[in-house]
Ligand binder design. Structure first.
Ligand SMILES: [Zn+2]
Length: 404
């Protein structure tokens, strides 16, 4: 992979195809960059006319914004290839809880560093990381990524004092926020308190929702393997009564769904759940390769798109995936849903992810955007550039990035 750090001087970047994501693809396009920001986008011949500076001519690639991985847990990177696809969600959770106690900190840290290098090679520019130890915070701050760090809270009894969690680093490159783990691991009052804090702070909230059939059974009936697990861990509140609703309907009843709520997975979402999410303009985040690994099914992507939802993509962690590649996630969805327009998969991997994470300066190529771009190998052939990219090797050949 060729890397081009972009300094403050103006550079005109030329590529056979430019995909701005907010306007149609450009053939023989160019992007004028200065001071780490995109200034202009258009046909090369037009921009060349008035430009006197350096031209960077990229051959054989399509230029697009750096990708967005809207859901991962980097601190679990050490579990790559250590947990097997069990076919049972709860067995996997149990194994993960047990193995977490057996890992040395230095080993975990090394795995995070390797994971960050992988994200870079895979063309990711903005990453949303969920963590409950804070291990990755320092590493993210030193990294070249834009990031959102979600501090995860797990407490079904609800005794947590949020004051201990609301302080985190803030800067141009990093947003700090909170994530209640899931509707079945955080008490209703605590989920509402977390949402009220993120709302006031104007930050996104991320929560796993409707991932497994076990989660649906637990919220509907209060029974099943998740109840057993919660009991084992001393996490069942006395006198618990199941809400009797789907995970989405339950969160809606709590009043925590809005355009700043990212609902991760939604594999089990029904048509009426999708209607609720569309009404609230919440953001689905899909992690299909993790869903396949855990054997929970696949999210209903065509139905999501048809009600006007704008899903984004994540990889989830290396405990339930063997790669941190958004391109591989797109490939999985393409194989499952060939009827979905390829352009939508690219929107999910860029613009819609940046929007969900509250970064209006990322995820597109246009005036004001950060100069975070990648060149994907573009094989010659017929069809739209979207199709050619999806059918090609999906290899990041070039990486351009603004001043660190
Ligand atoms: Zn997750």
């Amino acid at each position: 992979m060729q890397e081009y750090p972009l300094g403050s001087k103006p550079v005109l970047v030329r590529a056979p195809v430019v995909l701005p994501m907010i306007s149609p693809p450009l053939t023989d396009g160019a992007v004028l960059v200065s001071g780490g920001r995109v200034r202009e986008v258009g046909p090369f011949r037009d921009l060349r006319r008035t430009f006197r500076g350096k031209v960077l001519d990229l051959e054989g690639v399509a230029l697009l914004p750096a990708l967005v991985n809207a859901h991962t847990h980097l601190e679990l990177s050490v579990f790559r290839f250590r947990l097997t696809p069990s076919g049972s969600f709860v067995t996997w959770v149990r194994n993960l809880i047990r193995q977490r106690t057996e890992v040395a900190l230095s080993e975990a840290r090394q795995a995070v560093e390797e994971a960050l290098r992988e994200l870079w090679r895979e063309g990711v520019g903005l990453v949303a990381d969920v963590g409950n130890t804070g291990l990755t915070l320092g590493l993210l701050r030193e990294s070249p990524f834009y990031s959102v760090y979600f501090r995860e809270i797990i407490d079904f009894k609800g005794g947590t004092n949020l004051r201990d969690f609301v302080k985190g680093p803030e800067g141009e490159r990093i947003t700090y926020s909170l994530s209640p783990h899931a509707p079945y691991t955080v008490s209703p009052v605590l989920i509402q308190a977390i949402k009220s804090w993120t709302r006031r702070a104007g930050r996104p909230l991320s929560i796993h929702v409707a991932e497994s059939p076990e989660e649906c059974a637990f919220l509907k009936e209060g029974e099943g393997p998740l109840r057993v697990l919660l009991e084992e861990r001393g996490q069942m509140p006395p006198g618990f009564r199941a809400p009797g609703l789907s995970p989405v309907a339950y969160l809606d009843r709590l009043g925590v769904l809005d355009e700043r709520t990212i609902c991760v997975h939604l594999v089990q979402a029904t048509a009426s759940d999708l209607e609720i999410l569309a009404q609230r303009r919440s953001r689905p985040c899909l992690c299909p390769r993790s869903n396949i690994f855990l054997g929970v099914g696949l999210p209903p992507l065509p139905a999501m798109l048809s009600v006007g939802l704008k899903p984004c993509l994540g990889t989830d962690s290396l405990a339930s995936n063997d790669r941190l590649s958004i391109l591989a996630e797109m490939e999985a969805l393409r194989a499952a849903y060939p009827e979905v327009a390829p352009e939508k998969l690219f929107l999910m991997a860029t613009l819609w992810g940046a929007e969900a994470l509250g970064r209006p300066d990322l995820g597109f190529i246009g005036p004001g955007a950060r100069a975070e771009m990648i060149g994907l190998s573009l094989t010659p052939g017929r069809g739209s550039p979207w199709e050619r990219l999806l059918e090609g090797p999906k290899k990041v050949e070039v990486r351009l990035y603004g001043p660190l």
